[in-house]
Structure formats: structure tokens, C-alpha cells
Design a protein. Structure first.
Length: 364
């Protein structure tokens, strides 16, 4: 056995031990693209905080928010001063949409997730330009004010060519907004390459619902009105409780929303797990399982969407099989007519083989 094989086996064994210690799925869970499983340590942290709530002990609240901000910043590759915390992608997309001038052109991908697209669509005075994902960079022109795209498509797992989009946007002076909800936690992220990166934490980051991050570049932050700023957005929050805030935070914290503290207590523990495991390690693990599934699909006579490289694998026209798989104890999802399976650190090769064995033959 080669040294590489030993390393691979050691990594697999380490993730197996981690999965057994932290997760207890009742099914073969291949549905992280819908919602990630919460690790035991995060559930325990939330339960401790909930037990302390009736006693008036809120001492874990603010430290958890600070720890979550710092952890996401490290995962995203930006300073924590460039990260704001909120609750949902749609609210941050809406904030960015509200800051655009009337008549601004926004480029989005066909079929991208509605929470990213709709805040721009509902502003009738904006020009919404829709293009195929593969042509996003080519469609950026001198009239483009903002490009908004998910790094990985929710419906089928296709990856956006973010390097090409960033280069074309820079050439035409367009701002960039990337939704990393379907990638942060398994796909390495360089948030500093873009003006805005939003990410809901309840999927691949394994956090509770109610956690969302906005990484924002300095020049974009200087232009974006903090329209939702509450008292926590003040430079000195406890001196910003009444009337107009005298001084907003100089950091991205001026875009914070009042946090759902129990959710962020869970997030701090979940993000610590992601960091301890390592995004690169998770990336290699997830793609190995996705590749195993893709090869097995081809052997059965099915063709997956895309060209690989994604932890999300979709099979066109097979969405109806999701119910059959659920009856067999295998949890996936049906999206846009596709059967969608997604693989994360708590999955194994046995999970892949189980779904392949349970799939119907083509035409049945």
C-alpha cells in the first residue's frame, strides 16, 4: 500500500470516528443540501444555554456570537472585522438590493435560488438580466452594476466559474455578490475576492437555522447604507440603545442584525468542528463519495448533471424516486425534477452503495 493510500485510509477512519461521536442519523442521510445534521457538541451547547435561560444566566450569548464571527472569517479567509452576522440570505440580499440606484442592472443565473434572486426581482426599477450559469462571465458588460450568483447551484450542484466572473466583473466595474450557502464548509472559499459573500449556516456549516453571515469588502461597505442597523450596530452598542445611533460600528458589525443567541451558541460549536476537521479534508472526502456515486450511476445507466467537482450530485428526471428511497430509509431530495443527493463529513462509502442498490433501473 502506498503512503497516499495510508493517508487516505487514515483520513477516512478519522472521519468515521468523528461521525460516530457527533452524529446519529436515523436514516442514510444524503440531504445536507437541504439541511445539515447538527453535531452532538452543538446540541449540547444549545441545551446548556436553554437550561441557563430560566436562571437569568446569559453569559454564553455574546461570546458565542464573537466566536461564530471569528470562525466564519477564518473559513472565508477574511478578517473578522469584515464579517456581519444575521439570520438569512434573503435579508442580506434585500439590503444589497435596496442600496442599488434606480435603473441598475443586476445579472443573475437562470434557476438560481430564490432567496438570492427575488430581492432584486421585486424592485421593479432594477433591470434584472438572467443568463445561463455557464455564460455568466460572458454576459457581464459595461452596464452591469452587480453580479449575484450562488457558488454552487442548489437545484443540481453545478459550480459557478467564480474566477471568470470575478475577472469579468472587475474589467467592467461591476460589484459581485456570491451566495456560498451550498459551498462554505466543504469547498475552499476566498471571500475577499468578492464585494459581498452571503452564507446561511444551516447546511454545510452544520449550524442551526437562524444563522447567516455577510462578508463584505471595504469599498462595498463604504457604499452600502446600513438600512437595518439596530442598537447592536453601534460602535458602542450599550450607548446606542435610544434614539439615532451617534456612531455606527466602523467594522462590518454595522450590518449586524440582532442575533438569535441560541442559534449562534450552536453555530460556534458547529463551526469549531468544521475548523478542527479542515475544509480541505472535508472537500476531499465529500468529492470522493460524490465521484463514487457518479460512477455507480453511470454503471446503472444514469447520467448525472455537470462535470463533477461538486458534493451535490443530481440525476435529471429521477426526482420521483426520492419517495421510494425514503421508504427504504434513504433521505435525499427532489429538486427541479432531479434526484439530488449530497455528501458530507458524516457520510461513508457504504451510504453511497446503499443508495445505488436501492435505485430503480432506468425505465422502471
Amino acid at each position: 500500500m502506498s503512503h497516499t493510500d495510508n493517508d487516505s485510509r487514515g483520513t477516512a477512519n478519522g472521519l468515521t470516528s468523528l461521525a460516530e461521536a457527533e452524529f446519529a442519523p436515523r436514516t442514510t442521510y444524503l440531504n445536507t443540501a437541504s439541511s445539515g445534521l447538527g453535531p452532538a457538541r452543538a446540541a449540547e451547547a444549545v441545551q446548556r444555554a436553554a437550561r441557563a435561560w430560566p436562571t437569568g444566566d446569559f453569559s454564553d450569548y455574546d461570546p458565542a456570537v464573537a466566536a461564530s464571527r471569528a470562525a466564519f472569517a477564518r473559513i472565508a479567509g477574511v478578517p473578522p472585522e469584515r464579517v456581519a452576522e444575521g439570520a438569512s440570505v434573503s435579508v442580506y440580499a434585500g439590503l444589497i438590493a435596496a442600496g442599488l440606484p434606480s435603473g441598475a442592472e443586476v445579472l443573475v443565473a437562470e434557476g438560481d435560488f430564490s432567496s438570492l434572486v427575488n430581492p432584486f426581482a421585486v424592485r421593479a426599477d432594477l433591470k434584472l438580466h438572467t443568463a445561463p450559469l455557464e455564460r455568466m462571465a460572458e454576459e457581464i458588460g459595461p452596464g452591469t452594476a452587480l453580479v449575484a450568483v450562488s457558488s454552487v447551484q442548489s437545484a443540481d450542484g453545478r459550480l459557478a466559474d467564480l474566477d471568470a466572473i470575478r475577472t469579468a466583473a472587475a474589467a467592467h466595474g461591476a460589484r459581485t455578490l456570491v451566495d456560498a450557502t451550498q459551498s462554505a464548509g466543504w469547498l475552499p472559499l476566498r471571500a475577499g475576492d468578492f464585494d459581498y459573500v452571503v452564507c446561511a449556516g444551516f447546511k454545510w456549516l452544520l449550524a442551526p437555522r437562524g444563522v447567516c453571515f455577510l462578508a463584505i469588502g471595504e469599498s462595498a461597505a463604504a457604499e452600502l447604507p446600513p438600512a437595518f442597523a439596530g442598537w447592536l450596530a453601534g460602535e458602542e452598542p450599550w450607548e446606542s440603545c435610544y434614539g439615532p445611533i451617534a456612531q455606527l460600528a466602523t467594522s462590518a458589525r454595522r450590518f449586524d442584525h440582532s442575533p438569535a443567541y441560541l442559534c449562534y451558541i450552536g453555530a460556534a460549536a458547529s463551526l469549531a468542528l468544521i475548523e478542527e476537521t479542515g475544509v480541505e479534508t472535508i472537500h476531499a472526502h465529500n468529492l470522493a463519495l460524490a465521484d463514487r456515486f457518479t460512477v455507480g450511476l453511470a454503471e446503472l445507466g444514469y447520467q448525472a448533471v455537470g462535470t463533477g467537482g461538486s458534493a451535490i450530485v443530481s440525476v435529471p428526471g429521477l426526482g420521483a424516486a426520492a419517495e421510494r428511497l425514503e421508504r427504504a430509509g434513504i433521505q435525499v431530495s427532489a429538486r427541479a425534477g432531479n434526484l439530488r443527493a449530497s455528501f458530507h463529513l458524516y457520510n461513508s462509502a457504504q451510504d453511497v452503495d446503499r443508495i445505488l442498490d436501492a435505485l430503480p433501473a432506468p425505465g422502471h
